[in-house]
Design a protein around this ligand. Sequence first.
Ligand code: NAD
Ligand code: ZN
Ligand code: ZN
Length: 235
Amino acid sequence: ARKGKTPEEVVKRYLQKVRNLPEEDCTICMEPLVGPSGYKGPGVSGIFRAESVGRLAQCGHQYHLQCLVAMYNNGNKDGSLQCPTCKTIYGVKTGNQPPGKMEYHVIPHSLPGHPDCKTIRIIYNIPPGIQGPEHPNPGKPFTARGFPRHCYLPDSEKGRKVLRLLLVAWDRRLIFSVGTSSTTGESDTVIWNEVHHKTEFGSNLTGHGYPDPGHLDNVLEELRAQGITEEECLP
Ligand code: NAD
Ligand code: ZN
Ligand code: ZN
């Protein structure tokens, strides 16, 4: 595993032992926590017994340890864990965005709804390639449509804050992913991940343009859901 940690070690690091098991089901396997894990797949025959249960240290949600290991193995195994119930992130979450480039510069025009400042233009460029083990179909090619993709933020204090956090999201491979486009239906292609961008400059014909008074706050909330906040990113 990356970072030299086995899946069991990662799971263990974020968990506390549970003494009195609650009369609840494990929401990963849907079996009672007082019984064994219902997970039957490969890769969990390690150090945990099927009956072992743990509670996530911060949010307190409880699961079979084998179920958490199976969930971890199903993701991109980056040393982080996300509670499937409340989405609390343990460690640093990363994604599977393919290699590419993110650039930005200020252009001397104002966006609709932001008349008092200039505009930040972000340019994302991702070439097509071959899927890695972290993608849906490893070894198969993926396409990359519509690149370079241009995105716009107001060059205001809040817009620059969003930019700083987007740069962190890019480094953590969270801006794009590989999958099926909900717009075109094409599979094995580069798609936007869970952080919305404005790709239209002077109008809002697509719904991905300005004005949109809530946009920056929405993006900050979406970044928070990926574990990216200003507090966490200060030096
Ligand atoms: P998608 O359609 O699977 O959607 C994923 C997320 O991106 C959704 O939240 C959606 O609301 C948002 N999204 C969809 N279209 C967007 C847009 N134009 N601007 C900003 N956000 C958008 O994701 P996808 O396939 O990456 O996005 C489709 C967009 O990609 C197209 O609208 C187009 O801009 C671009 N594209 C261009 C070509 C081309 O040949 N020029 C081909 C395919 C896609
Ligand atoms: Zn379970
Ligand atoms: Zn939780």
